[in-house]
Design a protein around this ligand. Sequence first.
Ligand SMILES: NC(=O)c1ccc[n+]([C@@H]2O[C@H](COP(=O)([O-])OP(=O)(O)OC[C@H]3O[C@@H](n4cnc5c(N)ncnc54)[C@H](O)[C@@H]3O)[C@@H](O)[C@H]2O)c1
Length: 404
Amino acid sequence: MSKALLLENPHVEADPLLEAVGLDVHRHPGALEEDDLIDALRGVRVLGIRSATTVTSRVIAANPQLEAIGAFCIGTNQVDLRAASRHGVAVFNAPFSNTRSVVELAIGEIIALMRRLTERDRALHFGVWEKSASGAHEVRGLTLGIIGYGNIGTQLSVVAEALGMRVLFFDTAERLALGNAKRCRSMSEVLRNSDIVSLHVDGKARNAGLFGAREFAQMRRGSIFLNLSRGFVVDTAALRANIIDGHIAGAAVDVFPDEPRRNGDAFESELRGLPNVILTPHIGGSTQEAQESIAQFVGNKLATYVRTASTDMSVNLPRLTLDPSENTRFRLAYVHRNTPGVLALVNQAFAEHGANIEGQILGTAGETGYMITDLSSQLPDEVLEALRGMDDTIRLRVLERQRR
Ligand SMILES: NC(=O)c1ccc[n+]([C@@H]2O[C@H](COP(=O)([O-])OP(=O)(O)OC[C@H]3O[C@@H](n4cnc5c(N)ncnc54)[C@H](O)[C@@H]3O)[C@@H](O)[C@H]2O)c1
């Protein structure tokens, strides 16, 4: 029986999905360091990780039987994706399974900041009764400015409008405005016209330092700032200065430039101890519902890849899905180097052996090509060996279609 190894405790919803495609699921609670991971992967076809396991080029090269990696999280920086492609290993993640969790936290924080809840709460815990409407506002009728109108930004827009807020947004890409949200032509247009600004840009390197002193200065005096995207996007020293000065009336920050690796590690930040500032340890997407949804999403992608070779939503291989025809008996899934003439050579081998092609699809992504070919009969072993031996071949899988 082939084996799947799940590290870092993804939700158990993943296990039956993998077992249903014939994988024997093994679990290890924590992350593994490089050498231990290399050893643990012996005989493993499918690896599941979360964000604390680094999958290096060495790990991938040392385990040629490894076919797929599931990142049971959003980011895939922890996997050497180029090495994965070079070795024909498909990588999947869950890009939107925790979207709603982030949105709900942002909404909760906007209300909490507008009512200065953390201050009222702290005073009462210290035995001080401070009943006052001073500095407390409803969110209804306020303007929320969203920077980055992707999966999270758009959903935040919809929920905020349901609370009676006006929404302005800026995105560098063309995005459809949902509901009554208004698209702005620049980030500064959003900043100048919003009571609350929330960042939801992606974590690409070009967004490092996107938001600093200049951007805070463009925000309205007394406005609220949220960052639940990536820590390096914001200049935290500038945020601190603006909070102390009172230009920014409150902030919620869930992500930091330097985040501790483990629970219990010390947290250092210049944002500690500031009034009306909510600090959370990167938990925007951390809910039971999100964990379950991630396990279902990634578990399904891995299981489908094992069963059908479909790379739908893979983060590194060309994304291909091919519906088999009635006569399909065998499927060849061929990962190869993206060089001219490979397809012709492969199809020549099929033609020479009278293979009847029922369906075929090809895609390329950078240096890697992927082709799925459906056949009505099996190719002789020597043809498969010849294909495997071709210079540009990275990986060839043969899948037999199960008759019902
Ligand atoms: N706090 C958490 O726990 C948590 C959980 C999930 C996601 N996130 C982070 O939230 C962010 C948004 O996630 P998503 O799923 O919505 O991503 P997404 O890729 O769907 O959306 C990002 C959007 O930002 C836009 N964008 C990028 N750079 C921009 C810029 N400089 N100015 C304006 N728009 C810009 C993109 O065009 C895109 O529409 C990511 O950084 C992600 O890592 C955090």
